[in-house]
Design a protein around this ligand. Structure first.
Ligand code: FPP
Ligand code: MG
Length: 327
């Protein structure tokens, strides 16, 4: 993912400074009188990677505002989106029984599912509490709709567990909801808070949705083929949890009956090596990589409808980094 520190550009430096402010808001909001709570919040700070979602709120704002300053609401919404994201990760690791995230032990692995469920609840509750301080019900409504949508995505994913007939359209709908809905809202709200015209706000919302879909396809490719030491989280969980991802879906829909039977047997018996080989050899991995790149291309094409600016250039680099990442 894009590393702002590596980019010697005034816009990257400005964004990095703004993100530091967001971290302060984030930490202040979660601070509790109870050390039992603070210990958990300190632990999940390691989950914070490159802060993609806050970055998109700020960058969307900057792409509209140019040299004008961001509003305080931009920073608050940025912190809220990171809190929502972290709540979903803490709960997701319970569902996936994951042991490692961001190179450290998951909350469920260290303290058990009860603590992880409650910490996720604490995060989501604080996210909406913090959001309410802005005093704009439209933002709460928009983010409430997002959390509804991402829960629907997760529920649909659970419904299709071990569904070897899952089609590409349904998979895309699931990841649009569980991942892209929040990323789309980050871009849309960043533009909206900057006072962008409706057409620009909608365009940036579409940029975020396309990037979010590309992000999740790449995440699924890393889960299938990545190196756990590099990615820094437990991998192979999609196969072991019966979540069909794009390479598997593409392979099963195109394979000969004999090949399909072999792959289905490997999926049912948990023979991940045979599954990976079949997906690579049949071109299904390449198919998914191309699909992810196509969503990034869509996002980049939509970005060109914004006026040229340093913010837009940085946004474009970030868009490309979504599929170039190996972690
Ligand atoms: C990542 O999936 C999961 C998500 C993007 C969404 C998870 C959402 C929930 C569990 C619902 C919780 C809802 C609230 C409101 C707290 P993944 O397993 O493919 O990603 P990973 O590889 O990072 O684990
Ligand atoms: Mg997971």
């Amino acid at each position: 993912m894009l590393d702002l520190a590596q980019l010697d550009r005034p816009m990257a430096a400005r964004l990095a400074r703004e993100l530091e402010e967001v971290k302060i808001i984030f930490e202040r909001q979660l601070a509790s009188e109870l050390s039992a709570v603070n210990g958990l919040c300190v632990h999940i700070e390691q989950y914070r990677g490159k802060m993609l979602r806050p970055t998109l709120v700020l960058l969307s704002g900057l792409s509209v505002l140019g040299d004008e300053p961001l509003t305080p609401a931009h920073r608050t919404v940025a912190a809220v989106t990171e809190m929502i994201h972290m709540a979903t990760l803490v709960h997701d690791d319970v569902l996936d029984e994951a042991e490692v995230r961001r190179r450290g032990a998951t909350v469920n692995h260290l303290w058990g599912n009860e603590t992880a469920v409650m910490l996720g609840d604490y995060l989501i509750s604080n996210a909406f509490h913090l959001c309410s301080t802005i005093g704009d019900p439209a933002i709460n409504l928009a983010l409430g709709e997002v959390t509804n949508t991402l829960c629907e995505g997760e529920l649909a994913q659970l419904h299709h567990r071990d569904d070897f007939g899952l089609d590409e359209a349904t998979y895309l709908e699931i990841i649009r909801r569980k991942t892209a809905s929040l990323i789309g809202a980050c871009c849309q709200l960043g533009a909206q808070l900057a006072g962008a015209p409706t057409a620009t706000t909608a365009a940036l919302g579409r940029v975020g949705i396309a990037l979010g879909i590309a992000f999740q396809i790449q995440d699924d490719l890393l889960d299938l083929l990545g190196n756990e030491a590099v990615v820094g989280k437990t991998l192979g969980l999609d196969l072991s949890k019966g979540k069909l991802t794009l390479p598997v879906i593409a392979h099963l829909s195109e394979a000969s009956p004999a090949q399909r039977a072999t792959t289905l047997r490997a999926l049912e018996t948990g023979d991940a090596t045979t599954v990976r080989t079949a997906l690579r050899d049949s071109g299904a991995v390449a198919y998914a990589q191309t699909a992810a790149r196509r969503f990034v291309d869509d996002a980049r094409a939509e970005l060109t409808t914004l006026p040229a600016s340093p913010g837009r250039v940085l946004f474009d680099s970030l868009a490309m980094s979504v599929v170039a990442r190996d972690r």
